[in-house]
Design a protein around this ligand. Structure first.
Ligand code: BG6
Length: 607
C-alpha cells in the first residue's frame, strides 16, 4: 500500500524523508515523491524505486526543514510521474500526499473544473488538493477540515502551504497515520518504522481526527473542530529491530525470528501450575467465556490459514463450534451472529480493510469482537473490544511468516484458556503448556535444516506446478506452505486435504507434478501414508516432511526431511517453518524480489 512520511523540525528534511520512504518500501509501491518547504515548495517525483527519486535529487540543494513524502501503490490512474504524489493544486503554494480512496472524486472534479481548476493527473488525490485550495482562507487546517467534510472515502493525508511554512496538517479516516514526538522535531508516517531511529514516543491519529503540527507542538482536533488531547505511547521497537540484522532478506530474518518471538507471544500468558493460559486483553468474565456458543475467526491471506489451525484447537480443546471466514466473504454474507458469538479478527497489520469491515459488521450484529493483531495501536486493535497482541515484532516482508506462527500460538492459548473452563483436565492443560514451552527449541531444530532445504529447492526449482498435501491440522499447514511458494516464487501451487486426491486431483499426477506431503506421526499417519502410496503409484515426484526417526517412509519418497515430533495440536508451529524455508530458497534461486513480490502489498488498506 502507499506510504506517507512527514518531518518538521530543525534538521534538513530531505534526507530524513528519503530514509523514511525506504523504511516504508515493504508496503509495496510503484512511484515516489517528496515536497520540501524551501522558501517556496520544492517538489520531486519519480516512477520506480526510491533510488530513482534519490538519483533525481542528488544534484539539488534543498535545505528546508519541513517536508512531506510519499510512496504510491497505484489505485486511480497508471504508474506515471504525473500521477505520483505529492500533488499541487493550481499554484505551487499548496501540496498534499494521500493514502486511501476518495470515492466521490469524479463529481468533485467536475465541480472544480467548472470553477476553472485544471488537472494534470488521473488521481483522486489531486482533486483533493484543489478542493483544499478552493477552501483555503489563510488557515490550512480549517481548509483541510472544510474540504474533507465534502469527501466520501478514506484518507490518510498530509498537507503543507507556503503561506504557513512551519506547519504540516494531517488527517486520518481509514488509512493509518502515526505522529512521532521528538526533541523539538516531529514526524508523521503511515506506521512507526520511519521514525524509530529518532523517537519512540508516538500518538496514533484516530479516524476523523486532524492534527496541526508546528514548531510549538502538535494540536489534534476532531471534525467538529474541537481540540482533543492525545495519549503519547512508547513503542517497543527500535530501529535496529526493524532492520535485517545480517540476513539477506527481511523474510529470512523473520523466519529466524520465530523461536524468539514465539517466546514473546506466550511470555506471562501461560500458567503451568493451573495448566491454563491467561490472556488479559480478552475483557470477558469466565461466565461470559463459558456462555460462548460459537466462534468465528475472520482474516485474510496467511492469517486465514492461521485461523484454520485455530479452528482445530478451539474445537478440540474448548468444544466450541468454530468457523473460519475470509473477511472479504464474511462482510458480504449474512453471517449468523448472536450475543453468544465470539468473533476474532486476526491480522498482522491490523489495517486490512476487509478484516476491519468485517469487525464493524460483527460489532453491528452484537457479537463479542476481539482482535489477534501484531501492530500496536492499529485500527483493528483499537476498534475491537479487546484482544491480544501477538508480539511478533515488525514484520516487513510482504510474505507473512512469524506473524503466522504467533497468531497460531495465541489461538492455542485461547483454546487452552476456554478449554480449561469447560472440559480440558489439569493434566492435559499442563501437558499442552509444557509442550508449548518446548516449541522454540523444536523450531530451532527445523531452522538448522536450512542448507538441506536449500538443496531441495534447487533440485525442484525447474517445476512449474506444485501440490501440497496434508491432513487434519496439517491441512492448513499445507495451505500456508502452498501460499508461501506462490506468493514469492510465482510458481503455481495448490494445497489439498490428502483424502481429496481421489476425487479429482489424481488426474493431475505425473512426473511433472511434484507433491510436497506432510506425513508426521500423528493420529492420521496411516491414512496419510496410504494417500502417499496412491500418489507414488502415479509417478509424481514426492517430497516428504516426516517425523524424526520414521525411517520406514524412505521407501515412499526420494526426498524426506525430518522434523521433531510434538503434540499434534502444536505441529503447525514446527512444520510450517520448513515450508517457509522451502518457499524462501525457491524464490531466491529463481531470482525473485523476495521481500516485495510483484503485485502484492504488505497490508491492503483498501477494498
Ligand atoms: C496481504 C499480505 O496483503 O494481506 C499477506 O500480502 C497477509 O501477507 C494478508 O497475510 C492479511 O494481512 P493482515 O495484515 O491482515 O494479516
Amino acid at each position: 500500500m502507499c506510504g506517507i512520511v512527514g518531518y518538521l523540525g530543525k534538521k534538513p528534511a530531505l534526507p530524513i524523508l528519503i530514509q523514511g520512504l525506504r523504511r516504508l518500501e515493504y508496503r509495496g509501491y510503484d512511484s515516489a515523491g517528496v515536497a520540501v518547504m524551501n522558501g517556496e515548495i520544492v517538489r520531486m517525483r519519480a516512477v520506480g524505486k526510491i533510488d530513482s527519486l534519490a538519483d533525481k535529487l542528488k544534484d539539488t540543494k534543498i535545505e528546508g526543514t519541513v517536508g512531506i513524502a510519499h510512496t504510491r501503490w497505484a489505485t486511480h490512474g497508471g504508474v506515471t510521474e504525473e500521477n505520483a504524489h505529492p500533488h499541487f493544486a493550481c499554484d505551487g503554494k499548496l501540496v498534499i500526499a494521500h493514502n486511501g480512496i476518495i470515492e466521490n472524486y469524479r463529481e468533485l472534479k467536475e465541480k472544480l473544473t467548472s470553477l476553472g481548476h485544471t488537472f494534470k493527473s488521473e488521481t483522486d488525490t489531486e482533486v483533493l488538493a484543489h478542493l483544499i485550495e478552493v477552501n483555503y482562507k489563510g488557515d490550512l487546517r480549517l481548509a483541510v477540515e472544510t474540504a474533507l467534510a465534502q469527501v466520501r472515502g478514506t484518507y490518510g493525508l498530509v498537507a503543507m502551504h507556503a503561506n504557513e511554512p512551519n506547519k504540516i496538517v494531517a488527517a486520518r479516516l481509514g488509512s493509518p497515520l502515526v505522529i512521532g514526538i521528538g526533541e523539538g522535531e516531529y514526524f508523521i508516517a503511515s506506521d512507526a518504522t520511519p521514525m524509530l531511529a529518532y523517537t519512540k514516543k508516538v500518538t496514533f491519529l484516530e479516524d476523523g481526527e486532524i492534527a496541526e503540527i508546528g514548531l510549538e507542538g502538535v494540536r489534534t482536533f476532531n471534525l467538529r473542530d474541537e481540540l482533543i488531547s492525545k495519549k503519547v505511547e512508547e513503542i517497543e521497537w527500535n530501529d535496529e529491530q526493524a532492520q535485517k540484522q545480517g540476513y539477506d532478506h527481511f523474510m529470512l530474518k523473520e523466519i529466524h525470528d520465530q523461536p524468539t518471538v514465539f517466546e514473546d507471544a506466550i511470555r506471562g500468558r501461560v500458567d503451568l501450575e493451573e495448566g491454563t493460559a491467561h490472556l488479559g486483553g480478552l475483557n470477558m468474565t469466565d461466565d461470559q467465556m463459558r456462555s460462548i456458543e460459537r466462534i468465528v475467526l475472520i482474516a485474510c491471506g496467511t492469517a486465514s490459514y492461521a485461523a484454520m489451525v485455530g479452528k482445530y484447537a478451539f474445537e478440540r480443546l474448548a468444544g466450541i463450534p468454530t468457523e473460519v471466514d475470509v473477511a472479504s466473504e464474511f462482510r458480504y454474507r449474512d453471517p449468523i451472529i448472536t450475543d453468544k458469538t465470539l468473533v476474532f479478527a486476526i491480522s498482522q497489520s491490523g489495517e486490512t480493510a476487509d478484516t476491519l469491515a468485517a469487525v464493524r459488521e460483527a460489532k453491528r450484529k452484537g457479537a463479542y469482537v476481539r482482535g489477534i493483531v501484531n501492530v500496536v495501536g492499529s485500527t483493528i486493535a483499537r476498534e475491537t473490544d479487546g484482544g491480544t497482541y501477538i508480539h511478533a515484532g515488525p514484520e516487513l516482508a510482504v510474505a507473512s511468516t512469524k506473524a503466522f506462527t504467533n497468531m497460531v500460538a495465541i489461538m492455542i492459548l485461547y483454546a487452552i484458556q476456554f478449554g480449561r473452563l469447560k472440559r480440558v483436565t489439569l493434566a492435559t492443560g499442563q501437558r499442552l503448556i509444557k509442550a508449548l514451552l518446548e516449541i522454540p527449541e523444536k523450531m530451532n531444530q527445523v531452522l538448522k535444516l536450512n542448507d538441506q532445504i536449500k538443496v531441495l529447492a534447487e533440485k525442484y526449482s525447474g517445476y512449474k506446478d506444485f501440490l501440497f498435501l496434508g491432513r487434519g491440522i496439517n491441512f492448513p499447514v499445507a495451505l500456508e506452505g502452498s501460499h508461501k511458494l506462490k506468493e514469492i516464487s510465482y510458481i503455481h501451487s495448490e494445497a489439498y486435504p490428502a483424502g481429496e486426491m481421489k476425487h479429482g486431483v489424481n488426474a493431475l499426477l505425473s512426473p511433472e507434478f511434484p507433491i510436497f506431503a506432510i506425513l508426521v506421526k500423528d493420529q492420521l499417519y496411516e491414512k496419510m501414508r496410504s494417500n502417499i502410496e496412491e500418489v507414488k503409484a502415479r509417478k509424481s515426484p514426492i517430497i516428504l516432511l516426516a517425523t524424526i526417526g520414521d525411517e520406514a517412509v524412505k521407501e515412499l519418497a526420494e526426498d524426506v526431511i525430518y522434523v521433531p515430533d510434538t503434540m499434534e495440536l502444536l505441529e503447525p508451529l514446527v512444520n510450517t517453518l520448513l515450508l517457509q524455508l522451502f518457499a524462501y530458497h525457491m524464490a531466491v534461486i529463481l531470482g525473485k524480489d523476495v521481500d516485495r513480490p510483484r503485485n502484492l502489498a504488505k497490508s491492503v488498506t483498501v477494498e
